[in-house]
Design a protein around this ligand. Structure first.
Ligand SMILES: [Zn+2]
Ligand SMILES: [Zn+2]
Length: 111
């Protein structure tokens, strides 16, 4: 996978815009003032995982009754390896997150 701006090969991480479906390397993210906040995600994230992230992010607009659905989506994206409380906590938190914070949070999880 390559950077959509400079075509440089994306190493471990890339910056992804959920709005434009664009992936940038760290350098381009720094140098180009992209108009939307970008998510920092592992480069090997599949298109499906990115779609799920978008769904998770958009589902924060819906009510907390959909908590089970959010948890299911989170498990799709993050994998099943975390303790059950983790998904609950994260699902509860991201209702109040802006996209950038969401990306930072994901970044914390994946290092
Ligand atoms: Zn680049
Ligand atoms: Zn964008």
């Amino acid at each position: 996978m390559n950077c959509d701006n400079c075509n440089y090969k994306l190493e471990e991480k890339r910056f992804y815009c959920l709005t434009c479906d664009v992936s940038l390397c760290e350098r381009c993210e720094l140098l180009t003032a992209h108009e939307h906040p970008m998510l920092k995600v592992p480069s090997n994230y599949s298109q499906k995982q990115l779609k799920d992230i978008k769904m998770i992010y958009e589902s924060q607009k819906s009510s907390s009754r959909d908590l089970d659905k959010k948890i299911e989506l989170l498990k799709n994206v993050l994998g099943n390896t975390y303790p059950e409380e983790f998904y609950h906590k994260f699902a509860n938190q991201y209702q109040y997150m802006v996209l950038k914070d969401f990306g930072i949070k994901l970044h914390e999880i994946f290092g």
